[in-house]
Each structure stands twice: as C-alpha cells, then as structure tokens.
Design a protein around this ligand. Structure first.
Ligand code: PLP
Length: 372
C-alpha cells in the first residue's frame, strides 16, 4: 500500500487544541448584562476561568464590573499580572497571611465563617479590606446562618480591619431547576436580612440570572454562561442566545478497516457489528476528554456527527466511520464547542459542562480566536 503525504501536512499540528473564541465571551457578557440590566456584573473566573485561561478571559471580559475567584492565590496572581479590577474571593481567606495579602492587593474577601470573623477582629491592617458577608440561606455549604448573620454583620461593621461598604451575599443551591421550590424558600429566608440590614446584595449565579429575575438585586455573579454553556438542567446555551467560547478539537491519526465481530480498544468492550472503518482520534482522558463517555457519544468528523465506540484511552479514542467512508487521516475532529454543544457531551458522560471545561489539561494547546 502506498500513501502519499501532502506536503502541506508536513508541519501541521494534529494534536488536541482548544480554540478560545474571545468574541463569544464578550457576546455572552453583553447578554448577561441585557438580562440583568439593573445589576452590576461580577464575572466568575475561578479555576483558571473554568479551564479557559484566566488571563485571556480577564482581558476578554474587561467590561465586567468585578471578577470573582475562589481563593486569594488566584486573585494575587491576577493582580501581579496587572489586572486592576475589583476582585472578590468567594472562599474569603484561609489564614492570616492570606488576609494580609487581601489587604496588600486590595482583594475583597467573602466572609462566611466565625474563624474568618475573629481573624479580622484580631488583626491590624494598614489598608482595611472591603468584605462581603455570606449568609447560608439553605445550601448548607458556606455562610453564617440567618440567625448568626445580624450579629456577624454588626461585628464586621465595627472591625477596624474592615472598610465599608459591607455587602450581603448568598448562594442558591437549586437555581438550575425551574421546578424546584428551594429557590423561593432561600429567597424568603434572605428577605428579612435584605430589608433589615440594607446595603448592596448579590444572589444570582448564571442559572438565577437567566431564570429567576427576582434574584438580580445589585450584583449578579455569572460564571458558566459567560463560557457559553447553559446552567439550566437540560438546557442548551444556544437556545438562550449564548455562544460557545471553547471548541475542543483534534484530528484523525489512523483509520482501520475492521471486520465484523472484531473488538475495539481496551477491554474489547465494543465489537464491530459488520465490516467497517474505525477512526482513531488523537485525544483522550489525558487531555481531559471524559473516560466514562460511553459508546454513542457524538463527535464531529469533518463537521458531521459520528459516534464514539469503545473505551476512551489516555491519548486516543475511536469512532465509527461507517457514515463517512471518505474520511481520511488528518481530517479535523470536534469534541465539543461550535456545532456540538458541550452540554450534550456532559449529559452523555453523566457530568456537567463545568467539569468538562475545568478538566482540559495542560497538554492541550490553547489558541485564541475572535470569530464574528
Ligand atoms: C462558582 C460560583 C458562581 C458562578 O456560578 P455559575 O453557575 O457558573 O454561574 C457564583 N457564585 C458562587 C458563590 C460560586 O461559587
């Protein structure tokens, strides 16, 4: 068998690539603003901007009013990279050193535990920090209980280390589920504090921003929607007017003509129902593609859907090419993104788009694009 190599292919990169569409991110931020026109926007860029690259996303989302990270370290890194915007840390600070860093770098911690409160009460800071008081209205993760919150609020107001304004925050556990009663219950529990304490309030994540307008208040905190995925159960970003920021791609690196009954990949878990071409794609769980994506999970080869077959391995996966007998080595493959909603892959793999995005590994080449 003779195979001729197109000279153009000699230097072409064939490994996994995450194309990051910065104009899609800007579009999604505009949409968030349009949906919550009375609110300021805290763009959530924690965990390396949901795997998209925090510096590039901080630049793309420059029109946001503030950025939220999870931890002080993430916020310090942004400051050191020259980002001057208002920065919040959703987990606050873990110790005195981090509190000092918050003060030095003017980072606004969310205060949610008695330990954080007493650290603030005990320390002298050259530059007092601006804080957000987190109230647990029913999620039972972080926050002062509704009963403790009033005392915590006044204690923070009296703290020399804390500079006004002191703002209120809570987080919704079930905003992605439009049928769920828990959201209304959380709002009802929060309401007396909003009325009694006054000041600015932040409740809404992406799901609440899109589906629960009564949660908008002064500050909204969208994350996943800025990256183009729907936060709602069964939802698709596209139907909400969002555009995917990340398109994960790779290429066919081999095509095997397999016989009926032959087993494909580790464990031989999938067998060819007939004589058929099976494509090998250069991407696997070592790049962040979910290992537990089952046979049948869709991919695009040359823009057309084909099903995954067999087990995903570390560096490769295999696809059924029966509907694409013309496909050849070097042809482009899309794992998720433009033309193939990440939500669909997440559902097939029984996970969420957040985890798919965060899981893309260092080995994947990131390329910025601005489309449209
Ligand atoms: C991550 C996070 C958000 C953003 O949530 P999305 O569902 O991605 O919009 C908002 N608020 C808090 C407290 C968070 O931890």
């Amino acid at each position: 068998m003779t195979i001729t190599i197109d000279p153009e292919q000699r230097h072409r990169f064939s490994g996994p690539e995450a194309l990051i569409d910065l104009s899609a991110a800007r579009h999604n931020l505009d949409l968030a603003r349009a949906m919550a026109p009375g609110s300021k926007v805290i763009a959530v860029i924690k965990s390396n901007a949901y795997g998209h690259g925090v510096l590039r996303m901080a630049q793309a989302l420059e029109a946001a009013d503030a950025f939220a990270l999870a931890r002080i370290e993430e916020a310090v890194r942004l400051r050191q990279a020259g980002v001057g915007k208002q920065l919040l840390t959703l987990e606050g600070f873990f110790n005195r050193d981090e509190l000092d860093a918050a003060s030095r770098y003017q980072i606004e911690p969310v205060v949610s535990t008695p330990q954080q409160l007493s650290l603030l009460q005990q320390c002298r800071l050259q530059h007092p920090v601006c804080c957000w008081l987190k109230v647990d209205t029913g999620m039972h993760r972080l926050g002062f209980s509704v009963e403790q919150a009033v005392a915590a609020y006044h204690a923070l107001r009296r703290c020399a280390a804390v500079r006004p304004p002191l703002r209120l925050m809570t987080h919704l556990a079930c905003a992605d589920d439009l049928q769920e009663q828990a959201t209304e219950r959380q709002l009802q529990r929060f309401q007396p504090l909003i009325d009694g304490l006054g000041g600015e309030v932040s409740i809404a994540n992406s799901a609440a921003l899109l589906a629960w307008p009564q949660t908008h208040y002064h500050w909204v905190r969208p994350g996943i929607m800025l990256y183009g995925a729907s936060p709602l159960i069964g939802g698709r970003g596209e139907t909400q007017g969002l555009r995917p920021v990340m398109t994960l791609t790779s290429h066919l690196i081999a095509i095997n003509q397999c016989q009926r009954g032959e087993a494909i990949g580790y464990g031989g878990s999938w067998r060819c129902p007939e004589s058929m071409p099976v494509g090998v794609v250069a991407i696997g769980y070592g790049d962040g593609y979910p290992r537990h994506a089952p046979s049948g999970t869709p991919l695009l080869v040359n823009g057309l859907r084909v099903p995954l077959v067999g087990r995903v391995s570390m560096d490769m996966l295999t696809v059924d090419l029966r509907t694409q007998p013309e496909a050849s080595v070097g042809d482009p493959v899309v794992l998720w993104g433009r033309g193939l909603p990440a939500e669909e892959i997440a559902e097939a793999a029984e996970t969420i788009t957040y985890q798919l995005f965060c899981g893309v590994t260092q080995r994947v080449r990131f390329t910025e694009q601005a489309i449209g």
